[in-house]
Design a protein around this ligand. Structure first.
Ligand SMILES: Cc1ncc(COP(=O)(O)O)c(C=O)c1O
Length: 427
């Protein structure tokens, strides 16, 4: 494999942000400067995006890079937090659904996109989350966008954690210009904003939005306190549980359960792409009025084909496992893996973010360092994502390691050593 070029050229220094504000009459030709920058990154072996998985084995994986090279090794870049992608019961459920329904959903939820199985999933998920009504979406992104878009109107107010996921921010921007951001996980900052809004506006609604686990930082807000604030200032409370539902908590209900805060959110939304090993998303609420309203005005489900029978089957099968003792066993293994990897990285002098969960973000800082460290660790057989703007702030890159219970102790220790060596060499 070619060596990683660690020079100070612009492709290692610049971020994608420089290429967003394009101008000019020719809509298509103005993408060329971006393409020159991208090609230089790709050819220097530091473009980690758009790779192709070439092996059935997801733990020891071979990836094809865009520049034609391949990377082989231990995979710490997949989102399969309980390792259920290899579970025989999940496979069987999907095969049965294929035989029974075929692969296609016949329309959106509004038209012919529902089946007995999707209704059963709605009931099972609602029971799990202690919410009577569930709306399904074809993606988690759509669920976040649609929940906000469906409910919030121009004169209303959105109050979001500053680091909220792209899907939540886009939902917010599509709904209103009245958007305020509170400092990440900062209760006082959220309260100041709520107080200021309510001092001026007692007519319109407020929706406060946060996540139960932030995937770039592996941290969580005080969900109970945020819920109390929402009640105090007559705001509705939305929590995105994409990264912990099923993967954390004694019964799999995530940080909401750990913080004894499951009753607090008015709106619980999530994605099936992390622990439920398929795609799709949901919104769970207490009221039929809210569910049916979002079903009609959420756009991302109203105007997009529903989850397919295969996705529905995968979620039902994984949810069943998550709720059984097997689920608790897998969560315990995941947590052990997280604690071990965090400990191994810390003892090697690395700065890691957040608290134990399926994600372990390792600080790298400047773009050239994160990109080079990820490329070097791939050469040493440890495959990780280097995340950078727009997923995190410019200059705040990190290697985001994602775990599953299948990572053995020796894999975790090897990973820590390779990451430490790679960051040190990149420096
Ligand atoms: C917090 C959060 N919400 C929503 C989504 C979107 O989910 P999906 O990728 O399943 O569409 C993601 C995924 O990256 C996420 O991290």
């Amino acid at each position: 494999m070619r060596s990683v070029k660690c020079d100070e050229t612009h492709q290692l220094r610049d971020t994608i942000a420089a290429h967003f504000p394009v101008k000019g009459m020719d809509l298509l030709a103005r993408t060329e400067p971006f393409h020159r920058w991208f090609s230089a990154r790709r050819d220097s072996g530091t473009w980690m995006g758009n790779r192709t998985v070439e092996t059935r084995d997801r733990l020891r994986v071979r990836l094809a890079n865009l520049d034609g090279t391949v990377a082989e090794g231990l995979n710490f870049a997949a989102q399969d937090y309980l390792g259920l992608n290899d579970h025989p019961a999940v496979h069987q459920a999907v095969v049965d659904a294929l035989h029974e329904h075929g692969p296609h959903s016949a329309g959106s939820d509004m038209l012919l996109g529902n089946s007995r199985d999707s209704l059963a999933l709605r009931a099972e998920l609602g029971h799990f989350l202690q919410r009577e009504h569930v709306v399904l979406f074809p993606t988690g992104w759509g669920a976040a966008f649609g929940a906000i878009r469906g409910l919030v109107r121009r004169n209303d107010h959105l109050v979001l954690d500053r680091l909220s996921h792209n899907s939540l921010q886009n939902g917010a921007r599509s709904a209103t210009e009245n958007i305020s951001y509170f400092d990440h996980n900062d209760i006082d900052s959220a309260e100041q904003i709520l107080r200021a809004i309510r001092a001026k506006d007692k007519q319109n609604a407020i929706l406060l939005v946060t996540e139960s686990v932030f995937s770039m930082d592996a941290d969580s807000p005080n969900l109970r306190r945020l819920g109390e604030l929402c009640r105090e200032y007559s705001a509705a409370f939305l929590v995105d549980v994409a990264h912990d539902l099923g993967a954390l908590g004694p019964t799999g209900l995530g940080r909401l359960e750990e913080q004894d805060a499951l009753g607090m959110p008015d709106l619980i939304m999530g994605a099936f792409s992390k622990t439920f090993c398929t795609t799709g998303g949901f919104l769970a609420v207490r009221s039929e009025a809210v569910a049916q309203y979002v079903r009609c005005f959420g756009d991302a489900n109203t105007f997009s084909n529903a989850m397919t029978p295969l996705q529905i089957a995968a979620v039902r099968a994984t949810l069943k496992i998550i709720r059984q003792p097997e689920g608790a066993h897998l969560r315990a293994k995941l947590l052990q893996a997280s604690l071990r990897l965090r400990q191994s990285l810390t003892t090697r002098g690395l700065k890691i973010f957040g608290e134990p969960c399926a994600l372990v973000p390792v600080h790298t800082g400047p773009e050239r360092l994160g990109r080079t460290a990820a490329a070097l660790s791939a050469r040493r057989g440890v495959l990780v994502n280097s995340v950078e703007y727009p997923a995190v702030a410019i200059g705040a890159t990190r290697l985001r390691l994602q775990l599953s219970p299948a990572h053995a102790d020796e894999d975790l220790d090897h990973c820590a050593q390779v990451i430490a060596d790679s960051i040190s060499e990149a420096k």
